[in-house]
Ligand binder design. Structure first.
Ligand code: SF4
Length: 78
């Protein structure tokens, strides 16, 4: 599973980071980005800043995408 965020739609509420902090983080610009192995994929973000999700975190990532008020967390399955 891979995940990315469309920062243009992100409201910056931080729900994703609350649900799954190993994968989601808010930066100083007030927007959420994904992380892979602790490295933030913010340059560039969006669909080009996609992160591979460890299998044990897949359920939490799905929950975050379902709860995301901006509906801007996108999951791609292998
Ligand atoms: S839950 Fe969605 S809208 Fe909220 S900070 Fe995360 S990506 Fe942005």
């Amino acid at each position: 599973m891979k995940v990315w965020i469309d920062q243009d739609l992100c409201t910056g509420d931080g729900l994703c980071e609350e649900i799954c902090p190993p994968v989601f983080t808010l930066l100083d610009d007030g927007l959420a980005y994904v992380k892979e192995d602790g490295v933030v994929r913010n340059n560039p973000g969006g669909s080009q800043g996609m992160a591979v999700v460890p299998s044990e975190l897949e359920d939490a990532v799905v929950e975050a995408s379902e709860e995301c008020p901006g509906e801007c967390i996108f999951i791609e399955r292998d």
